[in-house]
Design a binder for this molecule. Structure first.
Ligand SMILES: NC(=O)c1ccc[n+]([C@@H]2O[C@H](COP(=O)([O-])OP(=O)(O)OC[C@H]3O[C@@H](n4cnc5c(N)ncnc54)[C@H](O)[C@@H]3O)[C@@H](O)[C@H]2O)c1
Length: 352
């Protein structure tokens, strides 16, 4: 079985978790912690990173194995990663750094690489966009490079690409698959919030107000606060609202950055409602996770599902993958429906 060849755009915390995960799960049969040990016939050891791009001086020109542990990355180290012989290339900065992270990211003055050419030469077939949220122009620029190099594209960021009909059409015309936007977490606060609300409303509870707010310490939390707080709030709030069959007061989104939390995230849930004879009920909950590893299992699923889509020559926005693995899919579906669609997609297309 040929490898799933992936190029990473942005060697930040998510990329660190992804590469460490490949090492962690690559040489053993213990897949505890993965949602899908195998998809079709693909396991994590079938995934290979073949190229990577960043702008930070401490990452550009370095072996990927070193770059993933360079500051300001603060995802925990869980695996020793031997030299990869993949050297991080310098991509164009565009809007990759916001005003609050400009003192954190040290932009390299190395010349920009020819990204499409490197993608082609590396044999990459899938480009995974892991740029900071807010880097909309840069995300779209890399989507152009993927088109030029004939690669499928994963948009893990909240920039509107897969959910933009014009972009989906461009990938369809090029005969390439596209998925996005804004990756869901493996154990995500949005999914937990939706599940709690559905459970309560299915039981006859009338939810009156609910919020879910996050505090984190990764660079991405700072970016979100600065550049995409409102967009993230809209995406999350709409997603949560879709789990209730009636209107309620809902607020969901990231709220603040606390540097000493490092790559950890605290998610606060508040749910207020009434049940039999207007009796009141309230949930007040805190949920703590580590941010970057929360993207790993879903990214493993997404790149393997895209390989399956490529094998079957599927093109444009691949709805079962978008709905299963992204918060802002071109079509918003209930969690169970999305899960079912994804399973059917793998079953019908996954055999070699
Ligand atoms: N659990 C998760 O971590 C999770 C879940 C869902 C979505 N996401 C999304 O994944 C993305 C990445 O998150 P992260 O925590 O790894 O962010 P990060 O800030 O740690 O990493 C971003 C990387 O991109 C680099 N970069 C900036 N501009 C660039 C450019 N023009 N070209 C190449 N590289 C550039 C930065 O130097 C940095 O290394 C974000 O958009 C985030 O919203 C993450």
């Amino acid at each position: 079985m040929p490898k799933v060849k992936v190029a990473l755009i942005g060697v930040g915390n998510c990329a660190s978790a992804f590469i460490q995960g490949l090492q962690y799960y690559g040489n053993k049969e213990n897949y505890t912690g993965l949602r899908n040990p195998s998809l079709g016939s693909l396991t994590p050891s079938d995934i290979e990173v073949v190229a990577a791009f960043d702008v930070d001086n401490r990452k550009v020109g370095k072996d990927l194995a070193k770059a993933i542990f360079a500051a300001p990355n603060n995802a925990p180290k869980v695996a020793e990663v031997p030299s990869t012989s993949i050297i991080v290339n310098k991509g164009p900065l565009l809007d990759g750094v916001g005003k609050s992270t400009k003192n954190i990211v040290q932009v390299s003055n190395a010349p920009d690489a020819n990204v499409a050419k490197i993608l082609k030469e590396s044999g990459a077939e899938i480009v995974a966009n892991l740029l900071p949220s807010g880097a909309t122009e840069a995300s779209r620029w890399y989507a152009e490079q993927a088109l030029a190099a004939g690669c499928a594209f994963v948009n893990a960021t909240p920039a509107f690409i897969a959910s933009d009909a014009a972009w989906a059409k461009r990938f369809e015309t090029a005969g390439l698959p596209l998925v996005g936007d804004d990756l869901v977490d493996q154990v995500g606060s949005t999914a937990l919030h939706k599940t709690l609300l559905k459970l309560l409303s299915d039981s006859g509870v009338k939810i009156t107000e609910t919020y879910q707010l996050d505090v984190g310490g990764g660079t991405e939390s700072l970016e979100t606060l600065d550049r995409t707080r409102e967009a993230k709030r809209t995406i999350k709030t709409q997603s949560v609202a879709s789990s209730l069959p009636y209107k309620a007061e809902i607020v969901a989104g990231s709220t603040d950055y606390v540097d000493f939390l490092q790559n950890n995230r605290d998610s606060y849930f508040w749910i207020s409602g009434t049940y039999f004879c207007n009796a009141p009920m309230r949930i007040d909950l805190k949920f703590s996770t580590v941010d970057a590893p929360n993207a790993g299992s879903v990214l493993f699923d997404v790149v393997r599902a895209l390989k399956i889509a490529l094998n079957k020559k599927l093109k444009g926005a691949i709805m079962p993958v978008c709905a299963y693995a992204f918060k802002r899919s071109p079509q918003m579906l209930p969690l169970e429906t999305a899960e079912e669609m994804f399973k059917t997609f793998i079953k019908e297309n996954g055999s070699a």
